[in-house]
Design a protein around this ligand. Structure first.
Ligand code: CLF
Ligand code: SF4
Length: 294
């Protein structure tokens, strides 16, 4: 790997497998609203595209997020990355995400800013992301064939209108591909998350891998669907199961030789704090952080 690239990922616990032993990330749950519906999501909980479904995160205003990040940075020396991963879509709620990033970047200029999105609103914000030095963006791409998309996305809300059926998935697909190309053109590192849904996109994810490789993605993270009827999602209620470990391995195998795969994802919460796999979020709830930090 070229040294310049290594320097950009060496302290990002998700983009570098090695880094996850030494560096911590934290998420601030500032973005509650979402512009699409995924069949694996229940809006009461975190965005299942990037974070752990079935978990309710403490929602924060940008100012509360700022205070939380400064508090954590003072107490967790390994902290290197601030991510916004919901609980809705970080770019649909961009005003809040941007305000949180700006407040934090002014106080802690060397923290890496990381964002996760379903991609629908992405092309509208790529230039601002680049201007703000957001160097790591995750797009959840579950299909590159809109017919498959119809089994995953019942509707999207785009350009002041609600779309359903094939046209909804077509628009989402086009916006995801465009957003990915725009980020890659600007040299921003893109991770693609795909939720592996047996019987729906398991045979298709190698095609997704090839399509995102062709457009410059840096990493592909294949996440097993977590489906539990108690979460109240469409998939949970209709009996859609998640993949077994061997099914996940088989899909990863089918994607080998394509975009590098991330294999150490822990499907964290939208308010996670600490090293991957360790969650110190409960030590930094709103009632435990000072009113004034700077
Ligand atoms: Fe957070 Fe995501 Fe940034 Fe990492 S998480 S916004 S890229 S800083 Fe990481 Fe967590 Fe897996 Fe996400 S382990 S769910 S991949
Ligand atoms: Fe839910 Fe995330 Fe999908 Fe929006 S993008 S519907 S928050 S899983």
């Amino acid at each position: 790997m070229p040294a310049e690239l290594w320097n950009r990922i060496k302290d990002h616990p998700c983009y570098s497998e090695e880094a996850h032993h030494y560096f911590a990330r934290m998420h601030v749950a500032v973005a509650p609203a979402c512009n699409i519906q995924c069949n694996y999501c229940n809006r009461k909980y975190d965005c299942a595209n990037e974070s752990r479904p079935g978990v309710v995160s403490e929602k924060l205003t940008p100012d509360q997020a700022f205070r939380k990040v400064v508090t954590v940075a003072n107490e967790v020396p390994q902290l290197s990355v601030l991510g916004i991963a919901g609980p809705g879509d970080a770019l649909f709620d961009w005003r809040k995400s941007k305000a949180a990033f700006e407040l934090v970047a002014r106080e802690i200029p060397d923290i890496k800013l990381c964002i996760s999105t379903n991609g629908l609103a992405l092309p509208d914000h790529v230039d601002e992301l680049a201007d703000m030095n957001v160097d790591h963006v995750t797009i959840t791409i579950n299909m590159v064939d809109p017919l498959i998309g119809t089994k995953i996305y019942p509707w999207i809300f785009y350009d002041h209108k609600r779309y359903t059926g094939l046209v909804a998935s077509q628009i989402l697909h086009e916006r995801q591909m465009l957003g990915l190309e725009m980020l890659a053109e600007r040299g921003i590192l893109v991770k693609v998350n795909s939720v592996l849904i047996p019987g729906i996109n398991d045979q298709h994810l190698s095609e997704v891998n090839a399509a995102v490789k062709a457009r410059g993605a840096f990493l592909h993270n294949i996440m097993p669907l977590i489906s539990d009827p108690a979460h109240g999602t469409h998939f949970g209620l209709t009996g859609q199961r998640g993949p077994s470990h061997s099914e996940l391995m088989a899909v990863q195998e089918a994607c080998s030789g394509g975009v590098n795969l991330m294999r150490h994802c822990r499907q964290c919460r939208a308010d996670a704090v600490g090293l991957l796999g360790e969650d110190r979020g409960q030590e930094f709830t709103l009632d435990q952080i000072p009113e004034q930090v700077a």
